[in-house]
Structures are given as C-alpha cells and as structure tokens.
Design a protein around this ligand. Structure first.
Ligand code: KG4
Ligand code: ZN
Length: 339
C-alpha cells in the first residue's frame, strides 16, 4: 500500500511516498530559509504563498523518483495541524483535491505525531512502549507512548520551547535565522570554552517533568550585556548555552524514565538534530543500559516522510478524513485517538 505525505505547517514544503512493505520510496523537501532569513523569522503570508508554488512540482518529483503514477496511490496524508493556518491550508487543499480526484482517502495527520514517529523511518525502529522527548520550535514535551496514538503528556515547557530558546539565543548572539543550527556551528568552533560560563539548568531539581527556558535566555542576555568583546566571547556563550539545554534535557528524561519505569527513549523534533543533545541522551541511556532512538538528522526537522509514515499507520488502522478541508492551528497531541 502506498501513501503520499504532504507537510506544509511552517517553512518547509515536504513530500514523500511511503510503502507499508518497502518503507520510504522517495522524499523531497523545499526549504523557505532564504525567503524568511531577511526578516529574521517566518513571515506566515510568505510561507503560505511559497508552499503554493512548491507543492505540485515536489509531488511530481517524488512520483517520478519512485517511478509511480498518481493512480498507484492508496491514500494522501497531510499535516492538518498544529502550525500556521495559511501554510497548513495549502497542504490540506492539495491533499484533499488530489484524494478526491483519485477517489482515495485523505488522512489528516498531527504534525507532532509525525515528529514523534519519525525514528520509525530508520532501519532499527523503536518498539512500543517508550518515553518520547519532543523538542521542536514550538513544543517541548515528555510523553509516555503506550502505542501509536496513545500519548500521555508527562511534562511540557511552561514558557519557551527548546527550539525557540535556541532561536532567541542565536538572535542575541547576532546569528541569522534559523538560529538553532547556526548556534550549534558556533558552539563547535575550536575556541568555544565550555567552562567560561555556568548558565542555569532550569527546573531540574523540581519533582515535576515541566520545562522552563525563559530564565536561561535571560542568563545569556546578561552574559551578552556584560561581555566587553562579544565577537570573542560568543562561541563560548553558545557552547555553555547548548550544554545547559543538553544537561536539562538529560535530567528531565532521567526523571521521566524513572517515573514510568521505562528504559527506552525516543527523541524527536528539530532540536534532536543537535549533536550535543544527541550525545547527552546517548550517554544517559548507555548509563541506564537502555536504548535511545533518533531520526536521521534530515528527518528531525520538518519533512514529508514523517507525515507519510504517520498517515500510513492511521490509514491502516481504518482512519479516514472527511470531504471537508479542515486544519487545526492549535491541536493538543493528547486529544488524538489511539490506533
Ligand atoms: O521540528 P522543527 O523542524 O519545526 C517545528 O515543528 O517547530 O523544529 C525547528 C526548530 C527550530 O527552533 C530550530 O532552530 C531547531 O529546531 N533546530 C535546532 C537544530 N536544528 C534545528 N536546534 C539546535 N540545534 C540544531 N542542530
Ligand atoms: Zn516540526
């Protein structure tokens, strides 16, 4: 069975084809970074307009790469939320129209469920149940995952998401959008000194599993203001900030695993592409003699493959979207139906 997946929730148009027997057959991404970089962040109206231009050529490309015809498809999955409404509507309209023309189902997919399941695209996929750490631009969550669709939120950020903290800190250091990967590159410069600053590890001593990154951002702001040579200091600031985030995630994951008595950790979302964070959580799971799973870096950030995979699971479980085009800019993950 073949599912086409379309992702258009923010600043990447992603399209992919997933086969339930052979796995991922083709995928393509178009990033809007050059469009938004000049404004320092995503401009929703420009995002929507660019998705309109890219989605059909990308569908043609993946069909050609996989040597398939549209009539071979069994369903079209699309990101129905959360995300920017104008951007979501492009993927939803395209998917709904294509499904209608082909007389096949259109399957609405939750963007964060896509992220969470992305490590299942790899050759050594995690098995259920597990604890998932979702770290993206808009969300930071620890989730007890009993099965696909069964998501119990154990804790989440009370203020900035981890990716947002990366992006805002990058801005403070004068780095262009998108901040996360640029900040990582700066932190990896040879002269970055990991002992130059000690930034707070917010809320790691609290018994609950919530996160807070606003205080860390303020600590970085103070360090920036105090610096007499920011050009020389900024790599160390970036490095110490990254260490503080990695350490915070390490401690919170440890608590979540203890609390749930589980020893399998799945880490997903854009921030899980960060090497320092991957290393910290790999160390945690080696110490616990447990297992940790990540998606390949390309599939940590937004992509069509994760939507095609999540859509396939929902399609096989009998889920069918209605004929209406519905998108949900805000959509709690915990409200999904277990499969
Ligand atoms: O999951 P994602 O692609 O989009 C959302 O669903 O939000 O996550 C994007 C976030 C951005 O905040 C970006 O700066 C961050 O992930 N990010 C990173 C890295 N790559 C992407 N943060 C730290 N290090 C990275 N290498
Ligand atoms: Zn995302």
């Amino acid at each position: 069975m073949l599912v086409l997946g379309i992702e258009s929730s923010c600043d990447e148009t992603g399209v992919a084809i997933y086969d339930d027997e052979r796995g991922l057959l083709a995928h393509a991404i178009h990033t809007q970074i050059p469009i938004h970089a000049q404004y320092g962040g995503v401009v929703p109206e420009l995002a929507g307009r660019d998705h309109i231009k890219r989605v059909v050529p990308l569908i043609r490309k993946v069909m050609q790469d996989a040597q398939l015809q549209l009539t071979d498809l069994n369903a079209v999955a699309y990101t129905a939320g959360p995300g920017l409404i104008g951007a979501l509507l492009v993927g939803a309209m395209e998917a709904r129209a294509l499904a209608f023309a082909l007389n096949i189902p259109a399957i609405p997919v939750h963007h964060m469920e896509g992220h969470l399941l992305a490590p299942m695209l790899e050759s050594n996929p995690p098995s259920f149940p597990f604890v998932a750490l979702l770290v993206s631009g808009g969300h930071t969550m620890l989730i007890k995952v009993a099965a696909p669709g069964s998501y119990e939120i154990l804790g989440e950020s009370v203020d900035d998401a981890a990716g947002e903290a990366f992006d805002k800190t990058a801005k403070l250091l004068g780095l262009p959008y998108p901040g996360g990967p640029k900040l990582e590159a700066l932190a990896n410069e040879p002269h970055a000194d990991s002992s130059a600053y000690h930034f707070p590890r917010p809320m790691i001593d609290r018994p609950n599993l919530d996160f807070s990154f606003a205080g860390l951002k303020t600590a970085v702001l103070n360090a920036v203001h105090k610096s007499t040579d920011l050009e020389a200091d900024k790599a160390s600031i970036a490095r110490c900030f990254e260490d503080a985030v990695a350490d915070t995630l390490y401690h919170k994951c440890q608590k979540a695993l203890d609390k749930t008595k589980m020893n399998t950790l799945v880490v997903a979302g854009g921030v899980s592409a960060n090497s320092a964070i991957r290393e910290a959580l790999t160390t945690l799971m080696a110490q616990r003699k447990g297992q940790v799973f990540f998606a390949r870096k390309e599939f940590c950030t937004d992509n069509g493959a994760m939507i095609a995979l999540a859509g396939m699971l929902r399609f096989k479980a009998g889920e069918r979207g209605s004929l209406e085009v519905n998108v949900f800019p805000r959509w709690p993950l915990s409200s999904l139906k277990p499969l």
